[in-house]
Design a protein around this ligand. Sequence first.
Ligand SMILES: O=C(O)CCC(=O)C(=O)O
Ligand SMILES: [Fe+2]
Length: 769
Amino acid sequence: MPTTARERLTELLDGVTDPGASSVHRKLPKSALSVAVDGVGPLRFPISDEQAAQLRRLGRRARFGRGEQTLTDPEVRDTWEIPSDLVHVAWTDAFEGVLDGMRDELGLPPHCRLMPELHSMLLYETGQFFVAHQDSEKDDAMVGTLVVTLPSAYAGGELVIDHRGQATKHRGSRVNVSLVAFYADCRHQVLPVKSGNRITLTYNLLLAGDGIGPVAEGPLVGELADCLHSHFTTPVAPPYGGRAERPKRLAYLLNHEYTARGLSWSRLKGSDAAGVASLRAAAERAGCEATLALAEIQETWDAYDPDEDPWYREHDENEEDPGGHKDSGDADDGRYVLNDLIECTITLAHWIGPETGRLEQISLDLGEAEVASTTPTTDLTPYSSQYEGYMGNYGNTLDRWYRRAALIIWPRSRNFANRAESSPGWALDELSEMARAGEVAKAREAAQSLRPFWNASIQSGRQVELFGRALRTAGALDDAQTAALLLSPFPLELLAPDQAPALARLAARHGDAWIGDLLREWSTGWGFGPYVHAPEPLRWLADLPRLCATLLSADDDTTARHIVDLSWTWFMDRIRPVLVSPLTSRSAAWLTAHGEPLSGIIAAAAQTGSTRVLDGAITVANTGGDQALVLVTAALRVVKPHTAGFGELATGCAERIRASLARPPRTEDDWSIALPAGCECELCKVLGAFLQDPKRRDFDWPLAKEKRRHVHTRIDDAELPIHHETRRLGRPYTLVLTKTEALFERDRIARERHQADLAWLTENRDSFI
Ligand SMILES: O=C(O)CCC(=O)C(=O)O
Ligand SMILES: [Fe+2]
């Protein structure tokens, strides 16, 4: 007994839509067609070995498509293709009738016609084959393929058509013409020919006329409309708790597969035509809108590889081995054993724009309660899959990706909000359009309906492109609260100089508090940890002077100063932990990479007169350790000569380097090393004392495993010039520490670097102002 409206709807559709065949087979007498090939003459049926040999001489190795490419690979496709401009085919009238019969059996509406378009003539000699594949749609109107096998004597070479795990084998004949038509989404293959020659003509089947299915008669449409009504009025609790809400839409997944090119109201395959026609009529009756869409589906299964030894997996304690990570393509997919479906996400990626009628890119995640289908996704073949072996934190998984078409239905009352959620760019343009037409109040009200999902839709969409549109729309709607709503989801680093004037206009209109709040919100997205590699905001900071110059020339000092302030705060939060960590090769490289953003902030601070920032930078340079010196030197190295803001920094920096050089160099017998702060434990006290002692070079230290590990880690993290080794003798083992010559080498290199920096600073003294 179906319980939800969705289940009732699925059952109704399942009951009335005749699934139609996915492939159909006919035999015709050999008199049904005549074929002549230039250079060979008329073919005589059954085709003799001699004529086959003549065809072979005209043939080229057949190619096949993969994605955008056309390839030859005899491992995939081993057959000869006779150039189709040499081939002339004449059918008797019987052919028309056969095509109409095939159309009906495939479940296509009676008022349209299948139009065959000769694609190629193929010759399979003994041993030749074509592995499983799906034909590409070579024309927008193409719905399937027709394979005509000409009469000849051969064995093997069966055409195997797969549909939802069911394989149908078709054999040709010595005396008859054999015709097989199938939908373009069926995978098929030609098994190796065991003896003789197999000769086929392949046709693209185009659908002519309006293929929109008939709307079922009787009570069905009314019943479906009732289901839709109850679906949209019954709140559903989310699977992981929370408040029950009414579903916003219903996505009915179609039975056949469609490519972006082939998705069209008038070219639906088999049962889909009738199902969609009835459901669309029901949507109309229930006051709903409907359109066709393409969904990306990802399933994650708890799965295992029966060939993998489970004992080995569970008992493997080898620390060196991070676990068996293995990728596999779909060819391997079938060998895994599936346990539970852990997760399934369905995202709409394209739809036929309800207004434009054209395929548009969208991005919208569907909830479980928003999806219905008569064909379970597991019956289909994934277009890609990946097996992930045991990774330590949870078991093995098999990910599978599918593409499915869907009819999306939503209540007309939610038209604006629903479409906006799938396509935020459309929503922004639509709001601007309303405002331009003088309907500003209506536009503001519509904008309010975006609130529940606006952040999420913008963050999953193409933000760069949407940002400019959001600024324009916020201007057109001319209301502080609405503008804040529309703009809040964006990150600050999207703000480019050419958008600065639009932002300055909004700031002037809505006031200092408004722009302050907005900028603060934009900058909270910058929550990166100190070692996360995040080049985008850094590049944006380096370019800050250009942005500020544009704002200043638009007379917006306040916004410019706010931005410099927020940038400095963010930058310092990011840099602070590294300034107090040991200076290692890794942290030095990281700090150097921050020189350019720092110079951007300082130059912008000088432009905007932000003394807090300028003073802050000087304090860091004068009071920070060697780490700060690395950072500030890197910043000075990249500033353009005569950029304001750097004079005092350059002087302070030079003084500190001079002071450091004035200290006497390490003497030959001084082996003392400072252990950086960071741990106060007993072990570190012992380690620190050994390091500090200028006389001691070696230390044999009996220590248990965990303790040895702690000491290693301290030494390695700080890149100290100490060699460490475990002598595996006695209990506990002995950790052998030895100070290395690198200690002196490093000192020498540091002095040389200081000398070079000082010389450079002195030489360029006048360019820092
Ligand atoms: O030769 C056949 O039976 C089928 C050939 C085929 O699958 C193709 O050309 O795509
Ligand atoms: Fe094919």
